[in-house]
Design a protein around this ligand. Sequence first.
Ligand SMILES: NC(=O)c1ccc[n+]([C@@H]2O[C@H](COP(=O)([O-])OP(=O)(O)OC[C@H]3O[C@@H](n4cnc5c(N)ncnc54)[C@H](OP(=O)(O)O)[C@@H]3O)[C@@H](O)[C@H]2O)c1
Length: 241
Amino acid sequence: MSVVGRVVVVAGATSSSGVATARALVGAGARVVAVGSNVERLSAFERSVQGAATRVCDLSKLAAVTELADAAVQQYGSVDGLIHLVGGWRGAAGIAAQSDDDWAAMEAGFTTLRNTSRAFFDALVASEAGRLAIVSSSVVERPTAGGASYGAAKAAAESWVRSVADGFAREQARHKTEPSAQRAAAVRFSIMAFVDADMRRDNPAEAFARFTDVDALGQAVVRLWQGDAAELNDTRISLIP
Ligand SMILES: NC(=O)c1ccc[n+]([C@@H]2O[C@H](COP(=O)([O-])OP(=O)(O)OC[C@H]3O[C@@H](n4cnc5c(N)ncnc54)[C@H](OP(=O)(O)O)[C@@H]3O)[C@@H](O)[C@H]2O)c1
C-alpha cells in the first residue's frame, strides 16, 4: 500500500499546513487537488507547490462542494483522499467574552467539514484505499475558558469524523467478501499548534516546544496510505512532539 498515484483532495490548502501537506503528497507520488476559496492565495500556493492541481471552491456551500466532488471523480476516475484543513482559531478573555462572531467563524469550519465529507463519502468508500483526515486540537482533551468556542467546534468536528469512520465500517461490512474488505479510514490528527519556517525565522529565540512542524503533518498524511485501513479507522493520532 502506498500513496503513489492516489488522488488526494486537500480542502483548505493555502495555509502553510496545506502547502506542506500538498508538497509531501506530490513528493510521495500522489495526485493532489488543492482547494481554497481565495484566488490570490491559490495563486501563491501554485507558485510554491509544483505539480498540484488547484480548484477554487467555497466549501461552505454544499452545492459547490458536490459539484467539485463530481468533477474530480469524472476527471480522475476516483478520489482516494480528503484532507480537510479548514478550521482557524478564535480566542477571547473567558466564557462571557465568547462572541457570536467568533462562534460563526468556528462553526463555518465545521460546516465545511460536513460538506466535504458528505460530498466525497461515496468516492472514498469506492476507492481501493480511501482516507479522510482532519487536524484537531489538544484543547478537546483539556477545554479552556478562552478557547471555549474553538474547542466546542473541534469537539464537534471530532465527533463527526468518528461518525464518518462508523459510516466507512458499515458500508464496507455490507459488501464484505473477505477479511480485508475494510479499505477506507477516517482519522483525527491532534496538535497543540503549528510552526512553520516563517515563524521560526521571525522568532529565532523561540523554542516552539510542543509545536508541530507543518512538515510533520505532511509526512503523517503520506503515512496514512501505508497503514491498514481497519486498524487506522476511527483513530486519533497525536502529532505533538
Ligand atoms: N494553526 C494552528 O496552530 C492549529 C492548531 C490546532 C489545530 N489546527 C487546525 O489545523 C487545520 C489547519 O490549520 P491552519 O491554521 O493551517 O489553516 P486555517 O487557518 O484553518 O485555514 C486553512 C485553509 O482553509 C481555507 N478556507 C477557509 N474557508 C474556506 C472556505 N469557505 N472554502 C474553502 N477554503 C476555505 C483557507 O484558504 P482560503 O482563505 O484561501 O479559502 C486556508 O487555506 C485547521 O483545521 C485548524 O483548526 C491548527
